[in-house]
Write a protein of this length. Structure first.
Length: 172
């Protein structure tokens, strides 16, 4: 009986130590180098119904960029975290734009408002770039500002699409 008790104690202790080691590994910093967003641009005003283009240039020396991670907030209210996969051809160096399609409010009581898109790039190892934030005001009849260099070449490709629907206001 004493032998069985010793074996049980040793197995339990081994299990606890292995669990602690796993938790310690999860708490360590991801390996490799983080992605870096080197340039970004988005117009600060967009007309109702137009696609808003958010331009990004990012690099990762490990070549393992995997996702754009983003949130959209309207007048301060956030609406969850979302992910857009980064295509295989863009995992080391990416130069392109995200199309942001902003759908009109679903009810007459809802109004177009101001938005802020906040995003970063995450790689396969869990490293993250710095966050960038893009505020935009919705206005009738405005023309989006043209992008600066390196985005003004005319040869850029879309690297993803974001859909946003203004929420229906809640009654008081």
């Amino acid at each position: 009986m004493k032998t069985l008790c010793k074996v049980f104690c040793i197995l339990t202790l081994s299990f606890v130590m292995a669990s602690c080691a796993t938790l310690t590994e999860r708490g360590t910093k991801p390996r490799g180098s983080p992605p870096v967003i080197t340039h970004s641009f988005a117009a600060r005003e967009v007309s109702h119904g137009d696609k808003w283009k958010v331009y990004l240039e990012a690099n990762d020396t490990d070549g393992d960029m995997r996702y754009f991670v983003y949130t959209i907030s309207d007048d301060g209210a956030g609406h969850g975290v979302h992910y857009i996969p980064i295509g295989k051809g863009n995992r080391e160096r990416m130069l392109g734009y995200l199309d942001v399609i902003i759908a009109p409010p679903r009810t007459a009581q809802a109004e177009w408002g101001n938005l802020t898109l906040t995003l970063y790039v995450r790689d396969r190892a869990g490293n993250r770039s710095e966050k960038v934030a893009f505020p935009v005001a919705m206005a009738r009849g405005v023309k989006q500002a043209s992008p600066p260099s390196p985005f003004n070449t005319g040869e850029l490709k879309g690297v993803g699409t974001i859909f946003y629907q203004f929420p229906v206001p809640r009654g008081d």
